[in-house]
Unconditional design. Structure first.
Length: 492
């Protein structure tokens, strides 16, 4: 049995209009996203036989792709060519290189189709299924979650995916109050479902681990290793305020009866919804600070169709505050990471991520229990680098969302962590002071005093930020008394 290294890839098929390119492709990128109803594939080709010239490629030609990581099953994509660009000749003038951009067949063929149809007393998920089968004509699997309420809806000559998106935006769920529906495609087919349902189902693909010893030489890297991590924004209070995360209101206006209803002061609108973490995204102190903020107001027209209820029965006004707050939670918890390539990873799947804390004074890396946990893969890029690349050739670049931290911001936990870290710091400071005074190294003593001062200031900042004034005084006294006692003892 052949031996494989993490980052190896097995390509079983890469054909373009029947021609085999699996041995002459240079790079390969497969993009899946919860935000788009289609898959995009970009391929860099080395062509020694001028295939694109001889075959007269004009767009729309079929592309078949099948690959896998060692130990996984092959995943297969049936695509069509959308564009060819960056055509160049090699220095020997005996071959061409060019980039081919492909997309899902449905995304390509649906661009010249239009939907002009009216629906009466029909739930949105039934309308979407009808458009998918009748106008898109896909043979792929459609995994669909039922929506709430019956609706009258007119599609005014929209492209199929535009019509589906218009229905998606108006859909609510009876089981998942966040109502954040998505329509997307991944390697398993098409999906119309809520983010909350994906979190509830919790189908974990694998566990990704951050290793502090991973270096640029990639020696000893395992198949579940995290190669790099980027957190573009961990928290933004101003954005949460503008999106109405803390407080919301809505108004409904019935254009037939002129009835105007008001619902004010909806605090913590997405409380009770299911997310990736078990804790809260923002601290209780921050929520209390902004509890009196003016509410974000949404105004929605409703009608008086008693036979189906329309907006009122669908719960659109009631669920809108939850949708807005839930979407803000998801958008504010993104993590970008790169890991060893794995063909099982896909948009809409979930992974468990174990991250490390970055503490300069700690000799042993510790787990970041707040940021770690179960994440939803929002964007997935299967990236195959050129042959001869240093490090793994096949990697996956993921954008993950969670919606909440793994643990809540509780002052009890913060106090315990602070005391433990304070004890460790004091122990190391005392050991250093004893060694410095014993050897009469005045310069080291001076550095020691500066370290004590910096340590106390750092603890002050941490404690002040969380409002633990009593703990601030306690730590201040303990550190100051211990340092004074040790120095006085040596002087005597």
């Amino acid at each position: 049995m052949a031996a494989y290294n993490p980052g190896d890839i097995l390509v079983a098929e890469l054909t373009i209009k029947g021609a085999d390119f699996k041995r002459t492709f240079l790079t390969l990128d497969v993009y899946e996203s919860l935000a788009t109803p289609g898959i995009i594939v970009k391929i860099a080709i080395l062509d020694p036989e001028d295939f694109i010239g001889n075959a007269k490629i004009g767009g729309g030609e079929e592309v078949s792709l099948a690959f896998k990581s060692p130990g996984s099953d092959f995943i297969t994509y049936k695509l069509v060519i959308n564009s060819i660009n960056n055509v160049q000749s090699t220095q020997s003038m005996k071959a061409k290189t060019y980039n081919i951009t492909c997309c899902s067949k449905e995304a390509h063929t649906a661009r010249d189709k239009y939907v002009s149809k009216s629906y009466e007393k029909t739930p949105f998920h039934t309308m979407i299924k009808n458009i998918f089968e009748e106008f898109i004509g896909s043979k792929k699997t459609l995994n669909i979650e039922e929506t709430k309420g019956m609706h009258n809806f007119i599609v005014p000559k929209l492209k199929p995916f535009q019509a589906i998106d218009a229905m998606r935006r108006r859909s609510t769920s009876s089981e998942n109050t966040s109502g954040s529906f998505l329509f997307f495609e991944n390697q398993d087919g098409y999906h119309f479902t809520t983010i909350e349902k994906i979190f509830k189902d919790k189908n974990i693909i694998k566990t990704l681990v951050q290793n502090a010893a991973t270096g640029s030489d990639f020696l000893g890297v395992k198949g579940n290793a995290i190669l790099s991590v980027d957190i573009p924004e961990q928290m933004s209070t101003s954005k949460s305020i503008s999106q109405g995360y803390f407080n919301q209101s809505y108004r409904t206006f019935n254009m037939q009866t002129n009835e105007y209803k008001i619902k004010d002061n909806i605090k913590d609108p997405d409380k009770g919804t299911t997310k990736g973490g078990t804790g809260e995204r923002l601290s209780s102190a921050l929520k209390q600070l902004h509890s009196d903020l003016a509410a974000k107001i949404s105004v929605m027209p409703v009608n008086n169709h008693k036979d189906i209820g329309l907006n009122q029965k669908s719960g659109i006004p009631e669920q809108s505050p939850v949708q807005i707050a839930y979407a803000d939670s998801i958008a504010s918890s993104k993590i970008n990471l790169s890991t060893i390539g794995d063909s099982k990873l896909k948009a809409g799947g979930m992974v468990t991520v174990n991250l490390l804390k970055k503490i300069a004074l700690s000799t042993m890396p510790t787990a970041d229990v707040t940021l770690s946990g179960d994440f939803l893969i929002f964007n997935c890029r299967h990236k195959v680098n050129p042959p001869g690349t240093v490090g793994p050739r096949y990697t996956c670049e993921l954008q993950l969302v969670k919606g909440a931290y793994e643990e809540s911001f509780s002052w009890q936990k913060e106090l315990l962590d602070l005391i433990l870290n304070g004890l460790l710091l004091m122990l190391s400071i005392v050991v250093m002071a004893k060694k410095a005074i014993k050897t009469k190294q005045n310069q080291v003593v001076f550095k020691f005093v500066l370290l004590v001062n910096m340590t106390i200031r750092k603890i002050f900042l941490i404690v002040n930020y969380h409002g633990l004034y009593l703990c601030r005084l306690l730590v201040d006294c303990l550190v100051a008394l211990d340092v004074a006692a040790q120095v006085q003892h040596q002087l005597d």
